[in-house]
Design a binder for this molecule. Structure first.
Ligand SMILES: [Zn+2]
Length: 83
């Protein structure tokens, strides 16, 4: 008899509720340029400035076998607040 309950799924759902607070620019038609680390509103698949392929949707949620989403270290966030 196998155990079918997977607490990992519950933890993921918990984390996802955190992200719902963040505004999704992707839903507003923006795409993300990883090179300039900026959002552009364009219908093209590539960045109008550097022609890098833009990310049009949030990162994929962890595949099976990959570690679950990692909580970003607070230090990184604080660095952005205090340049
Ligand atoms: Zn770019």
């Amino acid at each position: 008899m196998r155990g079918t309950s997977r607490p990992t799924a519950l933890r993921l759902a918990d984390r996802m509720s955190d992200y719902q607070d963040m505004p999704s620019k992707y839903q507003l038609g923006y795409k993300y340029c990883p090179r300039y680390m900026a959002y552009y509103r364009t219908e093209g698949a590539r960045c109008p400035r550097c022609h890098v392929i833009l990310r049009a949707r949030p990162r994929k949620r962890g595949r099976r076998g990959q570690p679950a989403a990692v909580t970003p270290p607070r230090e990184l966030l604080e660095e952005k607040l205090n340049p």
